[in-house]
Design a binder for this molecule. Structure first.
Ligand SMILES: *[C@@H]1O[C@H](CO)[C@@H](O)[C@H](O)[C@H]1NC(C)=O
Ligand SMILES: *[C@@H]1O[C@H](CO)[C@@H](O)[C@H](O)[C@H]1NC(C)=O
Ligand SMILES: *[C@@H]1O[C@H](CO)[C@@H](O)[C@H](O)[C@H]1NC(C)=O
Ligand SMILES: *[C@@H]1O[C@H](CO)[C@@H](O)[C@H](O)[C@H]1NC(C)=O
Ligand SMILES: *[C@@H]1O[C@H](CO)[C@@H](O)[C@H](O)[C@H]1NC(C)=O
Length: 818
């Protein structure tokens, strides 16, 4: 029986409910028809909305015709419809309706009134006239509902609240009042939290036009944070209730603060990131970091989570040594709420590289440690985590525990039993843990010891009569000696030399200036130094001899011979007791191509040129004059790699090679015959092999007979000194030296020159020659006997092999070095 229509939209209501009547007071649908007027219909309409007043125009008799419909408002006609007339003139309306009404004749027929106003509230009657049937009347009561105004919310200070209430402090109470004015019938007020009803005010017809409903929250706990409360007002079901929302804002204190655990312990000097988290504060907590009671000045980076419930602060901090064991605190504070600061602390357990100190044993005086004393060191280590090893070093070298040598090295102590002067130097200890190695600063141990002569041998000093000679006394001592004592022992006896004759410098050296005036002033000198540790045990000894010119250098050899350079060395002879220079002159076919002097008999010659036959003259020179000359013939290597030379002379070389081959053949024949003859002749002679040693004897002799060289070139030095691997050079003594024209030597073939040479030696001194094989000198000497026996064919064929592995140019070089 009830039906709902959707009409044209007005601002307030779309709905008109045509249905019996409502119990306005309870807003519940009541029985539609009252008992007293069965045909009376009650219609409600919202002010400003539409109302449809039903009027049944159907006749009880089917054939009947509708003549006229007339509407009365409180028995005053206000609208009529004439069924007999077509077109708009069939409708008539009174001015009170002001064109708001319209008769709708299609079933169910009704009068529609728009824009309902309060004065439309009345009893309406619809009279229907038919042609045949009797007139019918329908009564309709129209009730106009006036909506209340939108609710307003006030706080306990009567301040209107729009949208958000607060912020309130946590745990305070809250009172909000919802106020609604107007409404007919009076509205019902209700408070909701989300969809839950929390308070209701029943409509109250007390004559006022204001309705008020309070919301009381005695304690605003954390649960009320951002809670949304809604106040609704309604007095009809025709429109949804009017509603206003309010959100409650709270200040919440922080609930929890924690320093997030780190996996690694902190290390001194290494920047670490520490994280602290605070939860539950609104607005987000302010996190601060404290070291003991002072705030860490560094700005930590603070970040709030998306829901602002959690705040994280990251501190980048470099712990220092002194911070170990101190307390690091993270504090979360509320910007508004006092006394709600919470904090958490951690005790700093910092790891660091061991701090190491080295100490000399407390009973030892570092300035008075003598040879033979026992020395103790203590290594004091401070480390976290504890050091797992301690290493001792002496002058940068790691020391091993060695009880037999008197070195007892432990993790905390080092003992040196009966310390020697070599054990002076820098001592340190190094302790290691996971953080690294900590090294102590070095301790410089100085062992005091008596002076010792640096040169253990008796030195020979040459001094000419009436010429001052300086004699150096150089000792090793700590501390450097300040006192020296010089003593002369000669045929006159033993005398101490007065201090004015010698100087003492501060590095432990004394220089005596001695002038011999007579033959008897020569003799032996001694020098003794004295320092804190005592007097030198063995004095430095000198033999004072009259100065002479030097002996010649001997045993001259080439150490390294290349195509352009040579390194030469001789053994120095007696230097005559004076400063001596050693000179080598290099001659090539009468031309001096180098003249090099040196303070020791070692020379390096460059730019000699390749493939050259050279004569070297060695001699020594001092203030008394120059020595005899030692001669050496060498041949620089041909330059194998360079073909420029070879190209220009290619044809010539080929021819030479051919000629050489023929010559070799002839010479081998001649040599074989000659050797055979010689061998037969020599069978009766005794054999002697010691010739190469003679130079040593000569040297020894030179110390005794000082004035002239004992070397008699012709019969004492006939030996052939084996030189470099491929070279075979003559070493002999002649005076005066005049380099032979060397170009001519190139041509004799290997076999011939070799044989001739051997023959020469055999004649002169019966000395077996040293074979020129690629083997070492020692081997050469060891196989002398063999070579003698097979000097003809055996040696030659061996040499031939060597030659053929080289180029023809090398063959030339070999031949010429004879
Ligand atoms: C904030 O975090 C705490 C701890 O996790 C939790 O108990 C509380 O419910 C959270 N509050 C909000 C509003 O998310
Ligand atoms: C001095 O020299 C002589 C002979 O060389 C020697 O017998 C004597 O012991 C020496 N005297 C001293 C004090 O060295
Ligand atoms: C001199 O040379 C010969 C033979 O090479 C050698 O035995 C001797 O020891 C050398 N002499 C010195 C003092 O080097
Ligand atoms: C020989 O001397 C040459 C040139 O000076 C040099 O390059 C080479 O290293 C030396 N060889 C030896 C074994 O000394
Ligand atoms: C070589 O030099 C020395 C001095 O260094 C000199 O006495 C000597 O006469 C020179 N030799 C020639 C041949 O010039």
């Amino acid at each position: 029986m009830a039906y709902v229509r959707v009409g044209a939209a007005r601002s307030i209501s779309l709905w008109t409910l045509i249905l019996g009547c409502f119990d306005i007071a309870g807003l519940t649908p009541a029985s539609s028809v009252t008992a007293e007027s069965l045909d009376m219909v009650k219609v409600s309409a919202v002010s400003g909305g539409d109302a449809t007043l039903p009027c049944d125009t159907r006749s009880p008799q089917p054939a009947d015709v509708l003549l006229l419909v007339v509407w009365y408002k409180d028995d005053v006609p206000i609208y009529s419809y004439d069924g007999r007339v077509k077109g708009p003139t069939a409708h008539w309306a009174d001015d009170v309706l002001a064109g708001r009404a319209r008769w709708l004749s299609t079933a169910p027929s009704s009068l529609r009134i728009r824009d309902i106003i309060a004065t439309d509230r009345a009893l309406y009657r619809c009279r229907v006239d038919f042609k045949i049937s009797p007139t019918k009347n329908h009564k309709i009561i129209l009730d106009v509902i006036e909506l209340p105004e939108k609710p307003k919310i006030y706080d306990d200070l009567d301040k209107e609240i729009v949208g958000v209430a607060g912020p309130y402090r946590e745990d305070t109470n809250l009172k909000l009042t919802c106020v609604v004015s107007g409404g007919r019938p009076m509205p019902r007020l209700r408070w909701w939290r989300d969809e839950k009803l929390v308070a209701t005010l029943a409509p109250l017809e007390d004559g006022t036009r204001i309705s008020m409903l309070e919301l009381n929250i005695p304690k605003l706990t954390r649960d009320f944070y951002e809670a949304v409360y809604t106040c609704t007002a309604d007095n009809t079901l025709l429109v949804p209730p009017l509603r206003v929302n309010v959100q409650i804002q709270l200040y919440l204190r922080p609930l929890l603060v924690e320093i997030l655990a780190r996996e690694q312990p902190l290390s001194v000097g290494q920047t670490a990131e520490l994280t602290c988290r605070a939860v539950g504060a609104r607005p987000p907590a302010m996190i601060t970091w404290w070291l003991d009671s002072s705030q860490l000045a560094k700005e930590a980076i603070q970040k709030d989570s998306e829901d602002r419930n959690e705040t994280v602060s990251v501190l980048r901090w470099t712990p220092q040594m002194g911070h170990n064991g101190h307390t690091l605190t993270c504090r979360a504070a509320h910007t508004i709420l006092d006394h709600t600061t919470i904090e958490t602390s951690m005790s700093l357990n910092l790891h660091y590289v061991p701090i190491v100190k080295l100490r000399l044993g407390s009973k030892l005086n570092p300035n008075d440690i003598e040879e033979g004393d026992d020395v103790y060191f203590e290594c004091v280590v401070e480390a976290n985590p504890p050091a797992y090893k301690v290493v001792w070093e002496h002058n940068g070298q790691i020391m091993a525990h060695n009880q037999r040598a008197g070195v007892i090295a432990g993790p905390a102590h080092l003992a040196l039993q009966s310390v020697a002067k070599e054990q002076s130097g820098r001592y340190s200890c190094t302790a290691s843990n996971v953080e690294g190695d900590g090294r102590s600063s070095p301790f410089n141990l100085q062992v005091i010891y008596k002076p010792v002569c640096k040169n253990q041998h008796t030195m020979v000093v040459g001094a000419a009569i009436n010429e001052p000679a300086s004699v150096k006394c150089d000792v090793d001592a700590f501390p450097p000696p300040k006192n020296f004592q010089w003593t002369l022992n000669n045929s006159m006896g033993t005398v101490d030399i007065e201090p004015s004759k010698f100087t003492v410098d501060n590095i432990g050296r004394s220089v005596l200036t001695y002038t011999a005036t007579t033959e008897s002033d020569y003799g032996s000198l001694t020098c003794r130094a004295t320092n804190m540790a005592g007097q030198q045990m063995d004095p430095c000894r000198y033999t004072l001899l009259p100065a002479v010119k030097p002996d010649q250098p001997f045993n001259c050899t080439t150490l390294n011979l290349t195509d352009d350079s040579a390194e030469l060395r001789c053994v120095a002879g007696y230097d005559g007791g004076l400063h001596t220079t050693y000179i080598v002159e290099v001659w090539e076919t009468g031309n001096l191509i180098a003249n090099v002097s040196s303070s020791v008999p070692v020379w390096k010659l460059d730019d000699l040129g390749s493939g050259k036959a050279l004569k070297l003259y060695f001699y020594a020179h001092n203030a008394r004059g120059r020595s005899d000359i030692t001669k050496l013939r060498v041949h620089t290597l041909s330059r194998l790699a360079l073909h420029t030379e070879a190209k220009t002379t290619e044809v010539q070389i080929d021819r030479n090679w051919l000629l050489a081959a023929i010559a070799v053949a002839v010479c081998v024949l001649v040599a074989t015959i000659s050797l055979a003859l010689w061998a037969r002749r020599r069978q009766h002679r005794p054999m002697q092999y010691e010739a190469p040693i003679q130079t040593v004897k000569a040297y020894k002799g030179s110390l005794h007979s000082t004035h002239h060289s004992p070397l008699q070139p012709d019969d004492k030095n006939p030996d052939v000194v084996p030189l470099g691997k491929d070279f075979h050079c003559t070493h002999d003594i002649e005076r005066p030296p005049e380099p032979p024209p060397y170009g001519a030597v190139v041509s004799p073939p290997v076999g011939v020159s070799r044989s001739a040479h051997s023959l020469q030696h055999d004649v002169r001194s019966n000395t077996p020659h040293t074979p020129n094989t690629p083997a070492s000198d020692a081997q050469s000497i060891g196989t002398l006997a063999d070579d003698r026996r097979s000097v003809t064919s055996g040696t030659l064929s061996r040499r031939r092999e060597v030659v053929t592995t080289r180029t023809p140019l090398l063959a030339n070089a070999r031949e010429s070095c004879v």
